[in-house]
Design a protein around this ligand. Structure first.
Ligand SMILES: C[S@@+](CC[C@H](N)C(=O)[O-])C[C@H]1O[C@@H](n2cnc3c(N)ncnc32)[C@H](O)[C@@H]1O
Length: 275
């Protein structure tokens, strides 16, 4: 059981309101969360008992995607938007294990994530964190630290992992993604994981739990998830259910879609490359 008093909250953080980052941490069994977040995690578990497995699947996809980007696609600059609280293995660790010079900019709108990441990254000259909101992509793109840290004339990977479902249709997620990708050079990549809606109860349950506790988290038809990639060329195997998504080994045998457990069909991953 986490001692809430041991957790340092930045000023202006209301300890009575759950946040996505802390609820996700609680679901994953982390210790950077408050009572209110653990209660929300219980709501997730009530709606979908495999909520923790879902979160783990997403983290596994994140690592596989970063490994593909750095090792196979030769990417050495990454913007990870909606990065969340530090977990076991993070984007910069996976990237820098392969290329120690790979640079990572973490972005999150939650001040607690930013303060924790700052502490964690102290001493790492190839990773920084900024506080910014995905719905204001220009602010990310024009942020002085981002501009001086990354070279926009060379390929960059934009990662939006486990969070585009928190952007409503009214906030126009595809326009946001387009603004980000327009600012990048040819050879840049886009890596997204999100929640499909193919009519399955488990998909609905995950979304309901998120909306109930955090006020957002929308499942979308697979065609809508595909549109996030703006028609760019997808790296094999394309947009796939996470247990079937191995971008470095797209020919590896995987279970058929219908052989997956229903909870394994709640999340999809894909990487696209800008021509
Ligand atoms: C479910 S967590 C995912 C963390 C990590 N990307 C992963 O997949 O393991 C979603 C994260 O996105 C952040 N987030 C949500 N909406 C955001 C927004 N509009 N702009 C920036 N960050 C956002 C939350 O604060 C949280 O840290």
């Amino acid at each position: 059981m986490t001692e809430d008093s041991a957790i340092e909250l930045p000023p202006d953080v209301d300890p009575n309101v759950p946040t996505t980052a802390r609820v996700y941490d609680a679901i994953l069994g982390g210790t950077t969360n408050l009572e209110v977040d653990r209660e929300a995690a219980e709501v997730f578990a009530a709606h979908i008992p495999q909520a923790r497995e879902c979160a783990r699947l997403n983290r596994n996809a994140l690592i596989r995607g970063v490994e593909y980007l750095v090792r196979a696609a030769g990417i050495d600059q990454i913007i990870d938007i909606g990065c969340g609280l530090p977990t076991e293995q993070n984007t910069h660790e996976a990237a820098q294990d392969i290329d120690p010079d790979a640079r990572v900019v973490y972005v999150d709108h939650d001040p607690m994530v930013v303060s924790h990441a700052k502490a964690l990254l102290a001493g790492n000259h190839n990773a920084i964190v900024i506080g910014a909101d995905l719905v204001e992509p220009e602010r990310i793109l024009t942020h002085p630290e981002v501009r001086s840290f990354l070279d926009f004339d060379r390929p960059i990977a934009v990662m939006i992992i486990g969070m585009i479902m928190q952007i409503s249709d009214e906030q126009r997620p595809d326009d946001i993604v387009a603004t980000l990708m327009d600012a990048t050079s040819s050879g840049s990549h886009l890596f997204i994981t999100s929640w499909p809606d193919t009519g399955e109860p488990e998909q609905r349950a995950l979304s309901r739990a998120c909306i109930e506790t955090l006020g957002n988290g929308w499942i979308r038809p697979i065609e809508a998830l595909e549109r996030h990639f703006l028609g760019m060329e997808m790296a094999p195997p394309g947009l796939e259910y996470i247990p079937r998504w191995f971008p470095e080994h797209p020919d590896r045998p995987v279970p058929a879609v219908e052989e997956l457990e229903p909870y394994e069909r709640t999340q999809m991953a894909g990487i696209a490359k800008k021509a």
